[in-house]
Design a protein around this ligand. Sequence first.
Ligand code: SF4
Length: 328
Amino acid sequence: MDKKIDNFLEVKNLKKHFDVGGKKRLKAVDGVTFSIRRGETLGLVGESGCGKSTTGRTILGLYEATDGSIVLNGRDVTSLNKKEKKELTKDMQMIFQDPYASLNPRMTVSDIISEGLDIHKVGDRKSQMEKVNELLTLVGLNKEHGSRFPHEFSGGQRQRIGIARALAINPEFIICDEPISALDVSIQAQVVNLLIKLQKKLKLTYLFIAHDLSMVKHISDRIGVMYLGKLVEVTTSENLFKHCLHPYTKALLSAIPIADPDYEDKKTSIELEGELPSPIDPPSGCAFRTRCKYVMDICKEVEPKLIQCGEDHRCACHLLEKIKKGGK
Ligand code: SF4
């Protein structure tokens, strides 16, 4: 059993379904349960379309949850009214994927960063500008940058502006939604290192959504793997790379070069064949069965549950039950 843990975020059976016409529903997130401990980073990974960004946006309140609960710092955020939700955005902010699209090109950097302070009526203009200058320095820019416009900056600098904006009202929790995907590889590590530095300095808790597993490993304490709207494996970052159990996680890992000889020696290459099935019409039983080379009869009939399979390790695969029973 897990020890008593100070969870900052607890997500239980979260669902986000979208109507797509007729009787069909797109089950973008379909019964996801996980927690994030205070001060830690949970990485959320999976192919494009697996529901990881929708999970982040539903937690933030950009989408209304179809079902389930989201408890942030002891408060169930799914039951809040509009005013309470606005208050909540003080605790929770998002860094967006595209630093080009997420910054208003007609606003100066100072106005972009101070917008949250205005919305929440924090301080007068003078104190707001002091805060902006402090934030610019914190993210590795300087106060002269405040009077410029987004188009005058590189991609990496723009993401630093996005980070400063997210920090303006002193949130405790930040959802980083693919914050490095749109950046040059040479810049990605700089932005991730900045996020790590800020987390330590400001005692932040992160949900870090990405598809680049090597970068996720660098920043995450624990990692959750999503497939077709469901979590299929959650464990510590180290354990995931050395002892992952789910065939999908293995396939994801085998596709990337890892600069870790311990892991490289053990890894066997598994091709991930075929496309991700549609979340409007997902396969019966295990959603991964159409691409899994270990598929068994039971996988077509019964959806595997996310079960405890070690300390701080949960996985959803019928193979585990077979191994427990002594099967081969
Ligand atoms: Fe493969 Fe079956 Fe496990 Fe799904 S439950 S990952 S199909 S072995």
